[in-house]
Design a protein around this ligand. Structure first.
Ligand SMILES: C[S@@+](CC[C@H](N)C(=O)[O-])C[C@H]1O[C@@H](n2cnc3c(N)ncnc32)[C@H](O)[C@@H]1O
Length: 193
């Protein structure tokens, strides 16, 4: 029996391939690109079509894209293939995660929330390693499932003992429409050596 999240996301990726396949790396990641290591191992968690991971692969890093959705990872594979970039793919349920300790130079977490991952990331990044995290925050004006939405300040609190290079709670326009903006949190932090 397939995992319900896998079923849900496989269907989304299969019904709107073009939308997901043309996703671009997030501005948050692009804005730090010149400061990032040019080699090493990066992990994109809940990667889907892996826009961020493929961006880092293009900059010379080895990248592993993990997701519960095979259909999402197939899009990532196709994109990487078109760009002649290497990309390792792992189908994995990240709700009960395990990652090798001190294994990664960069971890990317865009638009996915599994709170047990906070502690996993703390272990899995190398000292000095970079964490990029961006996802939705609960909005008092909307009904939100708290399992999928950060509380205000939660992301900062989880990594406050790291070197915080950027933290913001801001708004993200949906499809260029200010009326449907969603509240998001962004964090760029480095694990203190
Ligand atoms: C909103 S999409 C974000 C995809 C990608 N990070 C991006 O920003 O384009 C959420 C992703 O989380 C993945 N996901 C959902 N539940 C998961 C789980 N339990 N383990 C791993 N990935 C999961 C979905 O398959 C989907 O690819």
């Amino acid at each position: 029996m397939p995992h319900p999240e896998a079923q849900f996301w496989n269907a989304r990726y299969l019904t709107d391939k073009a939308h997901w396949a043309r996703r671009q790396p997030y501005p948050l990641l692009r804005s730090y690109a010149d400061q990032l290591p040019a080699a090493g191992l990066a992990l994109e968690v809940a990667a889907g079509a892996a826009p961020a991971g493929i961006f880092l692969a293009g900059r010379g890093l080895r990248v592993i894209a993990m997701d519960i959705s095979e259909a999402g990872l197939r899009l990532a594979q196709q994109r990487a293939h078109e760009l002649c970039l290497p990309l390792a793919l792992v189908v994995m349920d990240m709700s009960d995660p395990w990652l090798p300790p001190a294994g990664f130079d960069i971890i990317l977490n865009f638009y996915y929330l599994s709170r047990p991952l906070f502690e996993t990331y703390r272990q899995a990044l190398k000292p000095g390693g970079w964490l990029f995290f961006e996802t939705f925050v609960q909005d008092p004006d909307r009904r939100c499932n708290s399992a999928h939405y950060l509380e205000s300040g939660e992301l900062y609190s989880a990594f406050q003992d790291w070197e915080i290079l950027h933290w913001a709670e801001t708004w993200r326009k949906q499809g260029g429409n200010t009326l449907s903006s969603r509240r998001i949190a962004q964090l760029v932090a480095r694990k203190i050596p």
